[in-house]
Design a protein around this ligand. Sequence first.
Ligand code: NMX
Ligand code: MLT
Length: 437
Amino acid sequence: TKSLRETLQEVIPAKQEQLKKLKAEHSQAVVGEVKVENILGGMRGLKAMLWEASVLDPNEGIRFHGLTIPDCQKVLPPAPGGKEMTAESMLWLLLTGRVPSPAESRQLSAELAQKGELPAFVEKLLDSLPKTLHPMTQLGMGVAALNHDSVFQAAYERGIKKSEYWTYMLEDCLNLVAKLPALAARIYRNVYHPENSIAPIDKGLDLVGNYSNMLGFGHNESLTEYLRLYIALHGDHEGGNASAHTAHLVGSTLSDPYISYSAALYALAGPLHGLANQEVLRWQLAVQKEIGDNVTHENIREYLWKTLKSGQVVPGYGHGVLRNPDPRFIALQEFCKTRPELQASPTIQLVQKTYEVAPDVLKEHGKTKNPYPNVDAASGCVLYHYGLTEFKYYTVIFGVSRALGALTQLVWARALGLPLERPKSYSMDALEKLIKS
Ligand code: NMX
Ligand code: MLT
């Protein structure tokens, strides 16, 4: 059994070599063009970023180091007694490009559990926040405050060689991943269940097992397994999505991973990005409130049109890159199919029925390039069914997960010595001049 650090030490030199070769032999190769529509259209489709851990195909969906979601479900080790891949297995794959053995994955679980407690001042900070402050705002604040103990920042101040950056970065990143469950669970407790105490970290459990325990759902094995799948699946979605890209941009200034990831969380907190899972539940509850539990396809069709005609987007549908149903949505649906109690749930049935109607409505509406569901269309409904009904909290769970990919890239960006990100911008006047020239 190798440690994560030893494995990374092993794989980094080859990647550094690959980058050197790319620079030396292909720096001037053309891989695309920049059109005015890219500049005006949120850089959609522009090939402009290096991102190691995953690549998104518009039709097929995400691959993590070449592995599809079903591949990962087959090969990544689950928690002892469970079936779903753990966050640790996914993190190991994202960081190293290798599938960990069960022993390696468990070793990482033990390390994270060891590091999982929060500093007292962060607990105090969270406890002092008003309950009415959105849980995502609180999460970003807690993550930023953890930079008090950043080893990267301290080492940078001391003066270290560029070649050593990644080792300090890795320590901070593991520390942050380890502390996210305690941070996120404390926010849940403070905002929704102040009467409860938070379970202590169990050193024998995986990261998500502990998270579920701390949220107060540890007794519900089905929900815990769902959370494992959810957190592994949301871990990375290549580099261009708003949260991952933000972490990468801020990290490129050599900010430490805590403040880089805090910034990313505030990108995730927007309704066009991660907050959509909260919005999906809000939308579903509004449908159920208006129509009751026996919602027909026709009812949904009407409600979809009502949403669209009032100028709002249908949350959970559409995507900046994907042009097919999101395989993460499919994986979450498959999870539901394995459990009869979920199949019987009106919330989960509504997700399925909406999926049967919405693509045609969106096609007829004619605006979105992708009329199919993204992951957010399904992710909240299982949580809701099992009693985690506080939907303003859902994006926090996404935030615990996205750290896996965003922090992986920060380690790789420092290992590869990637530069400060600084694209060129133009005013409309300057752009017109450029077009004429
Ligand atoms: N409902 C209604 N209209 C939509 C939708 C939708 N679900 N998706 C796209 N459109 C509209 C979009 O607003 C735009 O209209 P306009 O020309 O008036 O500005 C037009 O269709 C073209 O947009 P696209 O090029 O298809 O989509 P884009 O790449 O700009 O945006 C999303 C992608 C995901 C922001 C967009 O599809 C959306 O707003 N979806 C709903 C929110 C959502 O589910 N977000 C979650 C994404 C996944 N995540 O977890 O981050
Ligand atoms: C994500 O997981 O980040 C979302 O699907 C958005 C994206 O990829 O643009």
